[in-house]
Design a protein around this ligand. Structure first.
Ligand SMILES: [Zn+2]
Length: 438
């Protein structure tokens, strides 16, 4: 046995899911015991009195950019950013160069994740060859690969052809896969630069209307019901989208949905600054949309928070609005934004946060080692949070290779102090740990 197999860590006084203080003993890769006054014999003791202990966070929607855009992010830098944000697993989106539309590319991303050691990487496979929307990719081969792909998405683009979408739903039904749709009717959003509304009219910028998202969601929940397959709606951004998902769920259809942290906090009023840091797809919407999204996440209509972490290098963002790339980094600030918008507002407790940021995204992605209860015998994938912390976001300290955060200079609550991946610390006292290879 090597030392890491037997190493013990005792977390003293952790508030498990925000409850009463408990000691949590980690032994090797698993939680060995949860209780009071636990024996610390031979263990490294960490005093975490007052800190919130959550199951390691899971992201269904991360852009790691490797292969092909290593100037924005790599699997290593992205998984380090994930660990700092409290994540123990991320789903890596398929819009890389080359596109992750074959068993070879998804296995490459999966292996890079294993080598990083900071966070599990579950590749998402493309739905169509080259994200072109015309011909189904090798969904079965990606499923049967070492990466074991269960989630497929052309994210960045919408699978807009209804026949292709139907075939994809039929294909993945056989192995319990899911199609994650970026809902954007392409013709309705030609030339779109921001949300279509009062602000876009005043600024004279091309509008991205809510109906372009809602019409695709309506079509896809009907298709999923018709086929009897699973559909997941990426980054819901409008109040109308919430109504459609609520209706689909009331019918008992197998529909799930996610919302990003930025759509829970920011509105299109910010675009008046013309700062491209606020340029994102789908665009920032209105205050009424933000409130509807918060309520829907609280009542479970929206299943989970997903970051849509979209790193871009300085030269692709620091330019005039029309030329700037769309997207924001989000892994390192997600939990703080959720605390600010959902917990500090009384909409969700920490059990709810664990559900929406770990349990449900794991279930949608069919991950078996994450989103588990914090109990003896379970994998020690854990996140500790100092919820009393208040601090100003400073992207200079980010682990991500990119800096395109909309929160620079904003005070946000909460700070991840420790992250454990199968018992090994990936973050200690808020800083990346030197991690041994798995
Ligand atoms: Zn997208």
């Amino acid at each position: 046995m090597t030392m890491s197999d037997t190493h013990k860590t005792l977390l003293r006084g952790a508030k498990v899911l925000g409850g009463e203080p408990r000691d949590v003993l980690i032994e090797g890769e698993r939680v060995a015991a949860v209780g009071t006054g636990l024996d610390a014999d031979g263990a490294t003791v960490i005093d975490v009195a007052g800190q919130i202990l959550l199951p390691g966070l899971v992201d269904l929607h991360t852009h790691l950019r490797e292969p092909g855009r290593e100037d924005s992010e790599t699997v290593l830098t992205g998984t380090r950013a994930a660990a700092v944000g409290g994540f123990t697993a991320v789903h890596a989106m398929a819009n890389t160069f080359p596109v992750a539309d074959t068993a070879g590319v998804v296995e490459q991303v999966w292996r890079l994740g294993r080598e990083s050691g900071y966070c599990d990487v579950q590749p998402v496979g493309a739905v169509t060859v080259g994200l072109e929307g015309k011909k189904l990719a090798e969904l079965g081969a990606m499923r049967d690969s070492a990466a074991g792909v269960r989630v497929f998405s052309d994210d960045g683009k919408c699978v807009d052809d209804a026949v292709i979408m139907r075939r994809a739903l039929e294909y993945v039904k056989a192995f319990d896969g899911v199609i994650a749709q970026h809902a954007q009717e392409p013709r309705l959003t030609e030339g779109a630069q921001m949300n279509e509304g009062i602000v876009s009219a005043e600024l004279g910028l091309g509008g991205w209307p809510a109906v372009a998202e809602e019409s695709i969601i309506a079509r896809d929940v009907l298709l999923a019901a018709h086929v009897g397959s699973r559909v997941h709606i990426c980054h819901l951004s409008t109040a109308g989208s919430v109504e459609i998902v609520r209706w689909a769920k009331s019918k008992g259809w197998n529909v799930t949905a996610e919302v990003t942290p930025h759509h829970l906090l920011l509105t299109d009023e910010l675009v008046r600054s013309y700062d491209p840091v606020y340029k994102v797809n789908p665009p920032l919407r209105t205050e009424a949309d933000v409130m509807a999204l918060r309520e829907a996440l609280a009542d479970g209509t929206i299943d989970c928070v997903a970051t849509d972490h979209a790193p871009h290098p300085h030269e692709d963002k620091d330019c005039e609005w029309g030329a700037a790339a769309m997207g924001m980094v989000g892994l390192e600030t997600a939990l703080s934004v959720v605390q600010h918008t959902m917990v500090d507002t009384g909409l969700l407790d920490w059990t709810g946060v664990a559900d929406r940021m770990s349990v449900r995204p794991s279930a949608i992605g069919r991950l078996t080692g994450h989103g588990r209860p914090i109990a003896a015998g379970e994998p020690a994938n854990l996140t500790l949070l100092d919820s009393a912390y208040r601090g100003v976001v400073n992207p200079a300290g980010f682990a991500s290779r990119s800096r395109n955060t909309p929160y620079e200079g904003l005070e946000l609550p909460g700070s991840v102090t420790h992250t454990f991946l199968r018992g090994r610390p990936t973050v200690v006292d808020g800083k990346l740990a030197p991690t041994p290879q798995p």
